[in-house]
Design a protein. Structure first.
Length: 111
């Protein structure tokens, strides 16, 4: 289920002040969560987390991994990537599993 900004704004406005404060603290920490080698831009890959300087979304690499591809195979299929790019991607997946699962699901549904 995709939540739009307006829906989220309405939901947050209806929350008690104490709950909004907890949400704010969580969002600030989430937004400050720095991931070296990972970029976001709403104009590239739909804003999905991607390997810096590429159009390769993290969810796509994780999808390969879930299908049984090892790192060597992934690097063969993406010759512009370095092993450190995969390390950064796996760290991102670890910290944002819910997001990655949702993106994989959404992209599988489009196929």
């Amino acid at each position: 289920m995709t939540t739009t900004f307006d829906q989220a704004q309405t939901l947050v406005a209806s929350m008690p002040r104490q709950e909004r404060a907890k949400l704010f603290v969580w969002m600030a920490a989430d937004m400050a969560d720095q991931h070296p080698g990972i970029e976001f831009d709403p104009r590239v890959c739909g804003g999905s987390a991607r390997i810096a300087g590429t159009r390769i979304p993290v969810w796509s690499l994780e999808s390969w991994r879930r299908l049984g591809a090892d790192e060597e195979e992934i690097l063969r299929n993406y010759p512009s990537l370095k092993p450190s790019d995969l390390i950064n991607a796996w760290r991102y997946v670890e910290r944002h599993l819910h997001e990655i699962n949702r993106e994989i699901e959404e992209n599988e549904a489009e196929e």
